[in-house]
Ligand binder design. Structure first.
Ligand SMILES: CC(C)(COP(=O)(O)OP(=O)(O)OC[C@H]1O[C@@H](n2cnc3c(N)ncnc32)[C@H](O)[C@@H]1OP(=O)(O)O)[C@@H](O)C(=O)NCCC(=O)NCCS
Length: 220
């Protein structure tokens, strides 16, 4: 979409590509959301989230509305880039980068889900590596964070494997039930040894122009 260059930001790795979540790509992914392929047991998401809506059509509608709202919120302390994960031309999930007071602290967090048909083959780790590359290498971030319920073994395993350090715990609810979260923190220094030289960033100029990054911070 020519008029919105943030959609052209892309991250490619040997296994997958993160593409700006255009409505066309979201439409292709919607069947997985409708079919409940975003679900996992134990429940992985904290409340509130559209993905817990039981009615499939309403779930898709709420999911799209939440993404549209999130795209439209670009404020100094909060913005979010939504990416669709594409493997061999097929959309299989999402991987987002959320700037959290980025212009002050250089901090961001991430959110992801992968269609149940594509889990357990290393894609989750690959897409997290890709988004960290965008944050640290592309946007010159200082620190990334991640939260996962203590029983979300794959998310916690990915954080641990990629150099994050434990940063305490927190309570949240999932479908109304309290559950404990692990909090993780990855400094730029601890990311460096995990830096990959086979990940490519594309069209980053749009981030400099359209995101409230600190002046001169992104080296793009
Ligand atoms: C989280 C998610 C994106 C991970 O993707 P994935 O492709 O399944 O993960 P990977 O195959 O890359 O596996 C990552 C690690 O978790 C480990 N793992 C996976 N399932 C596990 C389990 N049940 N118990 C213990 N470890 C597990 C893998 O061995 C791997 O560790 P390794 O790299 O040290 O071998 C995916 O599972 C998902 O979409 N889950 C539902 C949504 C969700 O949890 N989102 C995150 C919210 S915080």
């Amino acid at each position: 979409m020519k008029a919105y260059p943030l959609f052209d930001v892309r991250v490619s790795t040997p296994k997958l590509e993160l593409r700006g979540a255009t409505d066309d790509l979201l439409d292709q992914l919607a069947e997985d959301v409708r079919a409940g392929k975003t679900h996992a047991d134990p429940l992985p998401y904290d409340d509130p989230i559209s993905l817990y809506e039981p009615d499939p059509d309403l779930r898709v509608a709420k999911w799209l509305q939440a993404i549209w709202r999130g795209r439209g919120r670009v404020e100094a302390d909060a913005w979010r880039l939504y990416f669709v994960v594409v493997v061999d031309g097929q959309p299989v999930g999402m991987q987002d980068l959320c700037g959290v007071r980025f212009s002050t602290f250089g901090t961001f967090t991430t959110f992801s889900w992968l269609s149940a048909d594509h889990r357990g083959r290393g894609l989750g780790r690959e897409m997290r590596s890709a988004i960290l590359h965008l944050g640290f290498d592309g946007l010159r971030a200082k620190e990334a964070s991640s939260d996962a319920f203590v029983d979300n073994h794959s998310s916690n395993a990915i954080s641990q494997a990629l150099g994050y350090e434990p940063n305490g715990s927190d309570w949240d609810t999932r479908q109304g039930e309290p559950a404990l979260l692990n909090r993780w923190r990855l400094t730029r220094e601890n990311w460096q040894p995990h830096r990959r030289n086979d990940i490519q960033l594309h069209n980053l100029e749009a981030c400099r122009t359209f995101l409230p990054l600190k002046d001169g911070q992104p080296d793009v």
